[in-house]
Design a protein around this ligand. Sequence first.
Ligand code: GRF
Length: 303
Amino acid sequence: MSSSSFSSCASCFLQNHQGGGGGRCSRRTRRQRCPSSSSSRRQRRVLFLRACAAQRTSGNDDDLDEDEDATKTKQQHQRNEKKPKKNIAVFISGGGSNMRAVHAACETGEIHGQISLVVTSSYNAGGVEWAMDRDVPVLLYPGGKDLEESERISPSELNEFLKNEYKIDVVLLAGYLRLIPPELCRTFENKMLNIHPALLPAFGGRGMHGAKVHEAVVNSGARFTGPTVHFVNENFDEGKIVAQRIIRIDPSWTAEEVARRVLKEEHEVFPEVVAALCDDRIEFRETDGVGVIIDKMDSNKRY
Ligand code: GRF
């Protein structure tokens, strides 16, 4: 994470972030709480944690075998070493298992990036505690009904935080249930990905999330399902598709069984696409702007 406003990570964000030391940040001071003051409060209140994002380390190339694939992977790593890691913001509303899968891939070096910010629509999202334990700053947006208007962050402030405060390069929606403000869609055009647990364009759109998706899939009699990764635009689940995985549905499976299998696939395909985005290995079809991944091992291959 980088910001000229951050002097150190010795204390909480509020103490450090005062416009370089002197200025007063009144709205923020009211709506952000120091997490060290009370663990129950941090569950209930808006979170904005430490100024230090955890430093990530990339994988150790010494472990790679010297076969052809490993050599190509190594070459990709070497190319990446010359570039700074991408700053990733992950938006969550739930358990955050996809966020953890992305984090794991950052740790191994598969993704040349680091999770620098988590944005949550709910204090209770499972991934919030996980992020806090790693000193990743967490921001509540847009906040529930219980949040006073004066305490809310506006779409412009959110945009500002991501772009200038945290220098975010890539935004990931990993189970985030709220609509993304149009200005954020514009700022992060072709840099914002969502993962959906069905084969879009079917079984998507407003209200289609969680168990409802898998129930609809099973009830329809569809014989195939699987996750879709797509770029984000202003409408739910409508951005251009960049990757999908297919699972054959056994007619005896319940929606829960389908959900379990799809989630497993999500944990593979999402990091793979994020890695491509962070490596600048996605190009856009001239005719319609569909994102196409350039193979990591063979730069002549597209999929
Ligand atoms: C996933 O099924 C994803 O496809 C959908 O929301 C769910 C999030 O799960 N958008 P998790 O919070 O990553 O575990």
